[in-house]
Design a protein around this ligand. Structure first.
Ligand SMILES: Cc1cc2nc3c(=O)[nH]c(=O)nc-3n(C[C@H](O)[C@H](O)[C@H](O)COP(=O)(O)O)c2cc1C
Length: 362
């Protein structure tokens, strides 16, 4: 039952150790968070911490249709409504800042936006759009100026989310093949400047971004999500220095003082090969040992036993994704041993309240 006991995350008092995992739900209107989204997150406020869906820091990062941004006044106003609704229910909420980079298609983006990435390498596979599946677009290789500007976008989004919208903190999305992960992974990063090649160079963009965001809003309000061994969005899983890469990253993030590292556990159920191997677990433990601070792990957690098992492996908090889609009262169900409702995947990326705010409470 230790998953249901309180936890101190920096200055934040979490009611329990269950973290609602970030999940893109595509219900924003014109990239603006809506009242319906505020209701959805407020329904889930009994989680120890909510991490929102991936949210773009700029027009260039809006690779999917109907995802929210955090760079215009209207978007920040929308996030303010979300923060107020969650806080009114006693919840805590971080917004995940996701720049999609090359995982994008022009039709999904606002006029004038550009698909950018560390290298001009098109991601294999397709992406959904309002008009059906599309090939990923060919990205423009980022110049040094683009890199600086993009980092500024992360800083501004974090600053406005926290200081104007009243969001408790931000999570930098450096997992699952989006822009920050595209820098880390040698399959998408073939640069020959200071951002490519060696472990230190591939991690540089992420560490610089984390440092700049932390300098602006305080390191105790900034977490990060990573996905070692991930192949989602056409990345390479087992390149030469994978362990070295993430240990080096953990060391850098510890120095910056980020509030947590959130590590995606690769499973075959979510488009990934190489299920929970010893090698993955060993790396997660090495990350914990190096970073020392709070580490979140999880995946396929549906019972109190599976939630506690993550803590028993030495991690501090447990993330829960899909069960949160269909069980707004996940905590109450676990507490009272009430069966979970099964989520409907056909409405994961829906357009309205159906499959979003209409799952019932026990
Ligand atoms: C519909 C859906 C959308 C997701 N969107 C995101 C996202 O925006 N950012 C992210 O880091 N992970 C995203 N994920 C991954 C989840 O955070 C989580 O890692 C994954 O669902 C596995 O956990 P689970 O077994 O508890 O569902 C998404 C997953 C689903 C099912």
């Amino acid at each position: 039952m230790k998953s249901l006991t309180a936890y101190k995350l920096g200055n934040l008092a979490l009611k329990n150790k269950i973290v609602m995992a970030p999940m893109t739900r595509t219900r924003a209107t014109n990239y603006i968070p809506t009242n319906l989204m505020a209701e959805y997150y407020a329904q889930r406020a009994s989680a120890g911490l909510i991490i929102t869906e991936g949210t773009s820091p700029s027009a260039n990062g809006l690779g999917y249709p109907r995802i929210p941004g955090a760079y215009s006044n209207e978007q920040i106003e929308g996030w303010k409504g979300v923060a107020e609704a969650v806080h009114a229910k006693g919840g805590k909420i971080f917004v995940q800042i996701m720049h999609t980079g090359r995982v994008s298609a022009k039709v999904n983006m606002p006029e004038g936006a550009t698909i950018i990435a560390p290298s001009a390498i098109q991601a294999a596979g397709q992406i959904f759009s309002e008009t059906g599946m599309q090939d990923h677009g060919m990205p423009k290789e980022m110049t040094t100026d683009d890199a600086i500007q993009t980092q500024e976008e992360f800083v501004n989004a974090a600053d406005r989310l926290i200081n104007e919208a009243g969001i408790d903190g931000v999570e930098l999305h450096a997992a699952n093949g989006y822009l920050l992960d595209q820098f880390i992974n040698p399959k998408s990063n073939q640069r020959t400047d200071k951002y490519g090649g060696s472990v230190e160079n591939r991690n540089r963009f992420v560490l610089e971004t984390a440092q700049k965001v932390a300098d602006k809003v305080g390191a105790n309000k900034v977490g990060i999500r990573i996905s070692p061994f991930g192949v989602y969005n056409d990345l390479e899983s087992e390149y030469k220095d994978v362990e070295k890469t993430f240990i080096n990253l953990a060391r850098g993030l510890k120095e910056i003082g980020l509030i947590y590292m959130h590590v995606v556990v690769q499973e075959d159920s979510f488009g990934v090969t190489d299920a929970r191997t010893e090698r993955q677990l060993d790396l997660r433990k090495a990350i914990k040992k190096t970073f020392e601070g709070t580490v979140i792990a999880g995946g396929n957690v549906t019972t109190i036993e599976t939630a506690d098992a993550v803590l028993n492996e030495g991690f501090d908090l447990t993330y829960v994704g899909r069960p949160y889609i269909s069980n707004p009262d996940f905590i109450e169900r676990l507490t009272n041993n009430i069966a979970l409702q099964v989520p409907d995947p056909t409405t994961f990326f829906g357009v309205d309240a159906v499959g979003f705010t209409d799952y019932s409470f026990a």
